[in-house]
Design a protein around this ligand. Structure first.
Ligand code: ATP
Ligand code: MG
Length: 233
């Protein structure tokens, strides 16, 4: 926890210090992330670009506390993940980090409203359904609250996922190719929704994308190649 004071002093919302990730597999050890150090100020957006297999998704998982680095430190809002046990990390993640996936990851048996409200409820939010309704309003889906994911277009499903990610008011939003499954026009609308929400909420947005134009809308771009950062943010 010694680094948490340092992170607060620099005002970084997110900091990675000499992060390495080695995974053991049948084919031998895979060295996926190599000495990644990165610091991001609050309320900014950063695009992560790089070839397929370069480690972008893995990096997001490490940033989100879903994958533990082999060595090095990850801190969000001054909290070093290595100082938290599994339960504390899960609850920290729930309150501070929202994740948006390429494949939406909505629960098919729940309505749009339930998909957004249930995680809030699980987090102990008493006004879960009210807040979920507000979040769906904010992504322009107030007319689709009782629809199931299968009754929604891809762009609408991704907007539900965006509402779900933003609803608990996290400081950090991680998005992994959020427009990868959408056509260009729908992707542009979804992106605008995401950027607008991040800005109005003061959230930091970290977005993996293969789309240079999309990455260009971010305040900065980090290029990853073979598990290493090419250009620091
Ligand atoms: N659980 C795992 N065990 C072993 N190797 C893995 C594991 N997960 C990922 N890898 C390897 O780590 C490397 C980085 O994977 P990652 O999914 O982070 O790439 P990516 O940059 O997101 O690629 P894409 O653009 O195709 O999504 C790849 O070579 C992948 O095969
Ligand atoms: Mg990936």
């Amino acid at each position: 926890m010694t680094s948490s004071v340092a992170e607060n002093e620099t005002g970084a919302i997110l900091s990675l210090t000499h992060v390495d990730l080695n995974l053991k597999s049948d084919a031998g050890d895979v060295h996926i992330l190599k000495d990644i150090s990165l610091s991001l100020p609050a309320a900014r957006s950063v695009g992560i670009m790089g070839p397929s297999g370069s480690g972008k998704t893995t990096l997001l998982m490490v940033l989100g506390g879903l994958e533990k680095p082999t060595t090095g430190h990850v801190a969000v809002a001054g909290q070093d993940f290595s100082g938290l046990d599994e339960d504390a990390l899960a609850s920290f993640r729930r309150d501070n980090i929202g994740i948006i996936f390429q494949n939406f990851h909505l629960i098919p048996t729940m309505t749009a409203l339930e998909n957004v409200a249930v995680p809030l409820e699980l987090a102990g939010e008493k006004r879960a359904f009210e807040k979920a309704k507000e979040a769906l309003d904010a992504v322009g889906l107030s007319h689709r609250t009782t629809h199931y994911p299968g009754q929604l277009s891809g762009g609408e499903q991704q907007r539900v996922a965006i509402a779900r990610a933003f609803a608990p008011a996290p400081r950090l939003i991680l998005a992994d190719e959020p427009t990868g499954n959408l056509d260009a026009e729908t992707g542009a609308q979804v992106t605008k929704t995401m950027f607008d929400l991040a800005k109005s909420r003061g959230a930091t947005l970290v977005m993996v994308t293969h789309d240079a134009a999309l990455a260009g809308q971010c305040d900065s771009i980090v290029h990853i190649r073979d598990g290493k950062i090419e250009t620091p943010a």
